[in-house]
Design a protein around this ligand. Structure first.
Ligand SMILES: NC(=O)c1ccc[n+]([C@@H]2O[C@H](COP(=O)([O-])OP(=O)(O)OC[C@H]3O[C@@H](n4cnc5c(N)ncnc54)[C@H](O)[C@@H]3O)[C@@H](O)[C@H]2O)c1
Length: 259
C-alpha cells in the first residue's frame, strides 16, 4: 500500500540540496530535533526501523519492547534509550510514561498477526488479539494525551494494516477485526484532539518483510508456496522492507500544526 518514492534527485552538478539533507535512512536531517518519541515493539521489524529512523532525524527516542534482548541491542545507538515494556500491562505502561514524561511523538507499533477464519477463532484468540492490538493502544494513548493537551501539541501514530476495514484478506479474521478497530479508534481520538494541536494518524501497510512474517511463512505447510502467495496478493508484486515504513512515520511525526 505504501509506495516509497525514489528520493535520489542528483543533478548534473552533484547531489541536489534536498539530497544533501537526507539522513542515513532517507529521512530529513534534523526534522525531529528536540522531539521525544516513545515507540512500542521496537525490538524488531517496523518498530525497530522506526526507532533508528527517528533517532537519525534527531529525536530522543525511548524504544520499548516485550523482548529485553532485541530491544536492548539498540541501547548503544546514539539518541536511543531502551526499556522493557509489555504493552498489555497497564501499570507498566503508566510507569514507562511517567519515566519518559510526555513524549512529543507516540508510535503505537505493537501488534500480533493471528491467522485463521472466524471458525478457527476461540474466545482466547479474540481476547489476545484485542488486548494487544487494540486495548494496549487505548491505554498508551490515554497515558500520554493529558500531557500532550497540557503542552498544546503532539503526534500519535497507530499501526493498523490493510487487513482491516480497508480490505478483506483471507485467513485474517481476528487480526482484521482488531486492525479495523485501530482505524476507528484513531479517527475518534483525532477528531477529539485535533482542535488542541494533537495529530493522530494510522499507518495501514500491506505485507512488510519482517522477522514475524518469515516465521509465519516458515510455519506454513508449504513455505515456498506461502511466500509466492504473499507476494502475489501485493498490488505491485513485491513486499515492502521495514526500512521503507519509517519514512512515512517520520513525515507524520512532526508536531507543528502546519505539517
Ligand atoms: N509485517 C507486516 O507485514 C505488517 C503489515 C501490516 C501491519 N503490520 C503491523 O506492524 C506492527 C509491527 O509488525 P512487525 O511485523 O514489524 O513486527 P514483528 O511482528 O516482527 O515484531 C513484533 C514485535 O512486537 C513485540 N511484542 C509482542 N508482544 C508485545 C507486547 N505485549 N508488548 C510489547 N511488545 C510486544 C515483539 O517482541 C516484537 O519485537 C504490528 O502491529 C503489525 O500488525 C505488520
Amino acid at each position: 500500500m505504501i509506495a516509497t518514492p525514489d528520493v535520489s534527485c542528483a543533478t548534473p552538478y552533484g547531489p541536489s540540496a534536498a539530497d544533501q539533507r537526507r539522513s542515513k535512512y532517507g529521512g530529513i536531517v534534523g526534522r525531529l530535533a528536540g522531539k521525544t518519541a516513545l515507540i512500542t515493539a521496537a525490538g524488531q521489524g517496523i518498530g525497530r526501523a522506526t526507532a533508528l529512523a527517528y533517532a537519525d532525524e534527531g529525536a530522543t527516542v525511548w524504544a520499548t519492547d516485550l523482548n529485553a534482548e532485541t530491544v536492548g541491542s539498540l541501547d548503544r545507538t546514539p539518541g536511543i534509550t531502551t526499556r522493557v515494556l509489555d504493552v498489555t500491562d497497564t501499570a507498566a505502561v503508566r510507569t514507562v510514561v511517567a519515566e519518559v514524561g510526555t513524549p512529543d511523538i507516540l508510535f503505537n507499533c505493537a501488534g500480533f498477526v493471528a491467522g485463521g477464519t472466524i471458525l478457527e477463532c476461540s474466545e482466547e484468540d479474540w481476547d489476545f488479539s484485542f488486548n494487544l492490538n487494540v486495548r494496549a493502544m487505548f491505554h498508551m494513548m490515554q497515558a500520554v494525551l493529558p500531557g500532550m493537551v497540557e503542552k498544546g501539541g503532539g503526534s500519535i501514530i497507530n499501526m493498523s494494516s490493510v487487513a482491516s476495514s480497508l480490505q478483506g484478506v483471507v485467513n485474517r479474521f481476528v487480526y482484521s477485526a482488531s486492525k479495523a478497530a485501530v482505524l476507528g479508534m484513531t479517527k475518534s481520538v483525532a477528531a477529539d484532539f485535533i482542535g488542541v494541536g494533537i495529530r493522530v494518524n494510522a499507518i495501514a501497510p500491506a505485507t512488510v518483510q519482517t522477522p514475524s512474517l518469515d516465521d509465519r511463512i516458515n510455519a506454513s505447510p508449504d513455505p515456498v508456496q506461502a511466500r509466492r502467495d504473499f507476494i502475489a496478493r501485493s498490488l505491485w508484486g513485491a513486499w515492502a522492507r521495514p526500512r521503507r515504513l519509517p519514512l512515512l512515520s517520520c513525515t507524520l511525526a512532526p508536531t507543528n500544526r502546519s505539517t
